[in-house]
Write a protein that binds this ligand. Structure first.
Ligand SMILES: Cc1cc2nc3c(=O)[nH]c(=O)nc-3n(C[C@H](O)[C@H](O)[C@H](O)COP(=O)(O)OP(=O)(O)OC[C@H]3O[C@@H](n4cnc5c(N)ncnc54)[C@H](O)[C@@H]3O)c2cc1C
Length: 244
């Protein structure tokens, strides 16, 4: 299935704790999405922002890429943010527009090596997609490190474990420093370096807080991770995007 925009229907929704929601989405025309684990879609919330632009927001697919017609996303409510509030409140059966799949945070087709996924915060969604895609392909070995403030920050650790392939090694650095903490990047670099030492890894994939994952990539490169072997997907605090 080619990339492009399409109408989607909210086929199912359920709350995830106090401030997040799991949504199952299907294309209205019944077509397959054609995504690989780790990729995301961009949803047009239909909300017009003060500057006149429509609020379109990215969400990583957490369901296995073995199933291409019904896909799942998990959305954390962020303050009064337009995208996350629409998706936490939209009715089952409602239709929205999306485009995708997008993103290069994915294992190459046929990858059979050992990979490390590092997720911060909501970045666990992309890591789940990667892990489930790797399991469906039946080849890659994957270790996953998740840095998260608390078990009720977003999806719970139990939610993640239920969806992970049994052979995958998940390490949760719970009680991690909150978003914006000045020592966050340094702490993450130290944890990532410890994990790297348990390698070797053929690929490292990082998702979540841009203020953390860019320094992590630089630290891993300094420790000898091969050039181009560390892939990044910044969900927020993207240092490449200067103030909007
Ligand atoms: C590739 C990609 C994949 C993403 N996947 C997911 C996903 O699976 N689940 C999900 O909930 N979100 C995900 N996001 C974030 C999502 O796109 C929106 O930024 C988020 O829902 C907030 O949108 P909003 O319109 O409600 O608020 P906005 O008004 O757009 O956001 C307010 C501010 O909060 C920042 N922000 C976004 N997320 C966080 C966070 N966790 N902690 C602190 N600040 C944050 C935004 O960058 C912005 O500066 C992803 C982002 C990208 C780029």
């Amino acid at each position: 299935m080619a990339q492009g925009s399409a109408k989607i229907r909210i086929a199912h929704a359920e709350p995830l704790g106090q401030g997040a929601r799991l949504l199952r989405l299907e294309r209205v025309d019944g077509a397959e999405l054609g995504f690989a684990g780790g990729q995301y879609v961009i949803i047009n919330t239909g909300i017009t922002l003060p500057g006149g632009k429509l609020a379109k927001r990215a969400y990583s697919l957490i369901s296995s890429d073995a199933e291409q017609r019904a896909v799942e996303i998990a959305v954390k409510r962020i303050g009064a943010g337009p995208g996350s509030n629409v998706l936490n409140d939209v009715a089952v059966g409602a239709e929205l527009e999306w485009s995708g799949p997008w993103g290069k945070l994915r294992l190459p087709p046929g990858f059979s090596g050992r990979a490390l996924a590092i997720a911060t915060d909501t970045g666990i969604t992309a890591a789940l997609g990667i892990a489930r895609g790797a399991a469906a392909a039946g080849a890659a070995q994957l270790d996953l490190l998740w840095l998260v403030e608390s078990d009720d920050y977003f999806v719970s650790e139990a939610f993640v474990r239920e969806r992970l392939p049994p052979a995958l090694r998940l390490t949760v650095a719970g009680g991690f420093l909150p978003v914006g903490h000045p020592e966050r990047a340094e702490r993450a670099c130290a944890l990532a370096a410890d994990r790297l030492a348990a390698g070797p890894y053929d690929a490292v994939l990082c998702a979540g807080d841009g203020a953390v994952i860019y320094p992590v990539r630089d630290r891993l490169a300094a420790l000898g991770a091969p050039e181009g072997s560390v892939l990044l997907e910044s969900f927020f605090n993207n240092p490449m995007k200067k103030s909007l």
